[in-house]
Design a protein around this ligand. Structure first.
Ligand SMILES: N[C@@H](CCC(=O)N[C@@H](CS)C(=O)NCC(=O)O)C(=O)O
Length: 207
């Protein structure tokens, strides 16, 4: 299976880490994101939204959306389970994962899209009020995460799941490119970060 990706982009990284946890080999195809390749007609034929990741199967079928791709991989290789092993746990992980996506991803996304790097690329006209609002809401969400991770070791409870993969990719992207890392005094988040970055799947990224 081929994965269209771009080094440093958080969403494709969710899929590569998920695949690594499962021991699934993907052939990585680096797209020219900055050069606009994902907006080309050829790429939109693979994913009409013009975004990566896209997983291309042996028969040419293309799957978009990182969570949909991860769900496909989980169905192919059920263990280790990352989306939930019982109806209740599946729903609990889904709730945490959706809140991360619909809230934290959205807040950091607003800060990123309206920030200096995207502005310099001339892709979107930045709106400072939206950048500042995204930043403020992201920090509020981090405070909430700090309280969650004070009570439990992982995003969705006492074991590592897809929610930790998504959170790791997003929080590291926010720190590296959006100047929006969690504040150092949020020590439960820092301890969680240390816990998840010690995993073989994350260590293996360093080559
Ligand atoms: N909801 C999508 C988001 C995908 C996404 O935003 N991908 C970014 C890279 S991390 C992208 O392709 N950006 C290029 C663009 O928006 O033109 C997913 O989870 O796959």
């Amino acid at each position: 299976m081929k994965l269209y990706t771009f080094s440093g982009a958080p969403n494709p990284r969710r899929v590569t880490l998920f695949a690594a946890e499962k021991g699934i080999d993907l052939t990585l195809l680096e797209v020219d994101l900055r050069g606009g390749e994902t907006r080309s007609a050829a790429f939109r034929a693979k994913n009409p939204s013009g975004k990566i990741p896209v997983l291309e199967l042996e028969d040419g079928t293309c799957l978009a959306e990182s969570v949909a791709i991860c769900r496909y991989l989980e169905a192919l290789v059920p263990e280790p389970n990352l989306f939930g092993a019982t109806p209740l746990e599946t729903a609990q992980i889904e709730a945490v994962h959706r809140q991360l996506e619909l809230e934290l991803f959205a807040h950091i996304g607003a800060a990123w899209v309206n920030g200096p790097i995207v502005a310099a690329a001339g892709l979107v006209k930045p709106i400072e009020a939206q950048r500042a609002r995204g930043e403020g809401l992201a920090h509020q969400f981090y405070d909430r995460l700090e309280s969650t991770l004070t009570d439990q070791p992982y995003m969705a409870g006492d074991r590592f799941t897809v929610a930790d993969i998504s959170a790791l990719c997003l929080i590291e992207f926010a720190g590296a490119l959006v100047k929006l890392a969690p504040k150092p005094e949020l020590t439960a988040i820092a301890a969680w970060h240390e816990r998840v970055t010690a995993r073989p799947s994350v260590q293996a990224e360093k080559g």
